[in-house]
Design a protein around this ligand. Structure first.
Ligand SMILES: O=P(O)(O)OC[C@H]1O[C@](O)(CO)[C@@H](O)[C@@H]1O
Length: 561
């Protein structure tokens, strides 16, 4: 198949007209009527067969509403979508982000030093390694106390300022790898435009001991520039000298001019490239605050985990390929079961921000309504992703997962070894991790198999309560299990989801690497901000709702509360 053919998206034929799609629709009528109890009863070895392993992660996908035929058809759908060619094109650095004519080369960010990838004549891996080297030197200087603030004090606080991928990536990974962090350094993350975010993040901090890292791919993002300038003002006000900025600010961006205009010297700027999407950037210089926290060695261990999953995705047969399997299953539920959402349930407190991170990764990538060729799709695209760290979710929304009317496919993520194996004094268990994981396994079992009316009755339940206590089961889930939450395991996990999202995007024939949908809101906000700032109330020319709301806002702003 020719390269242009694939990139312009002229082929393959429309998704819903393909043989594999129609066969899946037909097949769904059969499989949709079957219960997981039946599927397990029919195949005693199902749980031993329907699994795959890569980069330290074990995926059990046996508790899905599928059989071997489903898999065969889903794999055929992948083939008919040119999945193999599209994966190769992405790894090669072809402009797979067609609407922006850019490569999506996040895989180059974690390719081992010394490997070669030339894109438009440039050795991209050598460039990546140069930046990693500069980041490591800066991180070491901060960790070792050689980098001093303007007044000669050691830096103790790092405040990361960024939003979207320039915040969620480092914030999620910092929390995930807190166990490996240098404890003498304190990290805070500021993203929201609400002044409260920066005020609270800097409360009690001594500017002389604080470093701000302003992260923005474009260095034009309103939130980040507003917070960055406010931080600059706060810093200069405390230290009494503009020259302090040089010791208390660093920037991560692709926009050297914007960084210079802000007043950050090139020596404190860490670059990356337009072929790194914001939501795919945690392993670029955007991860600088994370590297300062865990150190360059652990950061490189995380990159090695990413790379191990990349290699698997690039080379493993699709039937044993974790990201491909996860992606195809997401398509199965989204398009054939009309499941609109997907829950991500990490049973590890350190992964508390993973659902938020995966929301951006998935929904900003695949929340699209036209194909690569610009035609309106006639099928659903991205699921709505949400979730919570276990067991908190169990005491909140799991009721709906078990007995609600919506079908919510779930990803359960857990570890065989906790990072704190010692029981706290007074704990009822020798190893609290066992209790956590008992819940983890129990939930996937309860979702799949439920509890029949006969079982409920056999417990002596009064007849009128029986329907309330029945759990119909047949609720699908994936289980992802690794030995321990290490930097490598985190890297592999993030890469797994990145590639699963890409797989889904290929099937849906959409551009997973642009985000035009967020632009209109930004443009309107700029216009509205000018109107709100005007002393003389201008004639408002919005719709009648927005006009009324804005007038009310302006009136109440001037009255004392
Ligand atoms: O890093 P930047 O350029 O400030 O952008 C921040 C975020 O804004 C978006 O462009 C839109 O939400 C994201 O894709 C990106 O992660």
């Amino acid at each position: 198949m020719s390269r242009t053919f694939l990139l312009v998206g002229a082929t393959p034929p429309p998704l819903t007209s393909r043989r594999a799609w129609k066969a899946l629709a037909e097949h769904h009528r059969v499989i949709g009527a079957l219960h997981l109890r039946q599927l397990f009863a029919d195949d005693a070895r199902r749980g031993e067969r329907l699994n795959a392993e890569a980069a330290g992660w074990y995926l059990d996908y046996s508790k899905n509403r599928i059989n071997d035929e489903t898999l065969r058809l889903l794999l055929a759908l992948g083939d008919s979508s040119g999945l193999r060619e599209r994966i190769d094109a992405m790894f090669r650095g072809d402009p797979v982000n067609t609407t922006e004519q850019r490569a999506a080369l996040h895989t180059a960010l974690r390719a081992p030093a010394g490997t070669q990838l030339r894109v438009a004549g440039i050795d991209v891996i050598a460039e990546v390694q140069t930046v990693l080297g500069r980041m490591a030197a800066f991180a070491d200087a901060l960790r070792g106390g050689q980098w001093l603030g303007y007044t000669g004090k050691r830096i103790r606080n790092i405040v990361n300022i960024g939003i979207g991928g320039s915040d969620l990536g480092p914030a999620m990974a910092y929390k995930a790898l807190r166990h490996y962090s240098q404890r003498e350094l304190h990290f805070r993350f500021v993203s929201n435009l609400d002044a409260t975010a920066l005020v609270e993040a800097t409360r009690g901090l001594d500017a002389a001991e604080t470093l701000f890292i302003v992260c923005s791919k474009t260095f034009t993002t309103l939130e980040t520039l507003t917070n960055g300038h406010a931080a600059r003002t706060w810093c200069v006000a405390q230290l009494g000298d503009e020259r302090a900025v040089a010791r208390h600010f660093a920037a991560v961006s692709t926009n050297a001019e914007g960084v210079a205009r802000f007043g950050i010297a090139p020596a404190q700027m860490f670059g990356f490239w337009d072929w790194v999407g914001g939501r795919y950037s945690v392993d670029s210089a955007i991860g600088l605050s994370l590297m300062i926290a865990i150190g360059p060695e652990q950061f490189r261990a995380m990159l090695a985990g990413f790379h191990a999953m990349d290699t698997h995705f690039h080379s493993a047969p699709f039937g044993r390929n974790l990201p491909v399997l996860l992606g195809l299953l997401a398509v199965w539920y989204t398009n054939f079961f009309n499941a609109q959402t997907q829950a991500v349930l990490p049973y590890d407190q350190y992964l508390q921000r993973l659902p938020a991170y995966l929301q951006q990764l998935t929904m900003e990538s695949n929340g699209k309504q036209v194909t690569l060729a610009g035609m309106r799709v006639n099928y659903a695209t991205s699921p709505i992703v949400w979730g919570e760290a276990g067991t908190n979710g169990q005491h909140s929304f799991y009721q709906l997962l078990h007995q609600g009317t919506a079908l919510v496919p779930c990803d359960f993520i857990g570890f065989c070894q906790g990072l704190h194996p010692q029981a706290l004094e007074g704990s009822q268990s020798d190893d609290p991790h066992n209790l956590l994981m008992a819940n983890f396994f129990a939930q996937t079992e309860a979702l799949a198999f439920g509890k029949t009316a006969a079982q409920v009755r056999a417990e002596g339940t009064a007849d009128k309560l029986v329907p309330h206590r029945v759990l119909e089961g047949n609720r699908p889930s994936n289980t992802l299990l690794a030995q321990q939450l290490t930097p490598g395991a985190l890297g592999a996990l993030v890469a797994l989801y990145e590639h699963s999202v890409f797989t889904q995007g290929v099937i849906w024939n959409i551009d997973s690497f642009d985000q035009w949908g967020v632009e209109l809101g930004k443009a309107l906000a700029n216009q509205t901000a000018a109107e709100l700032a005007s002393v003389h109330a201008p004639a408002l020319e919005h719709d009648s709702s927005t006009n009324t709301l804005m007038r009310r806002y302006q009136r109440l702003r001037q009255e004392s509360p």
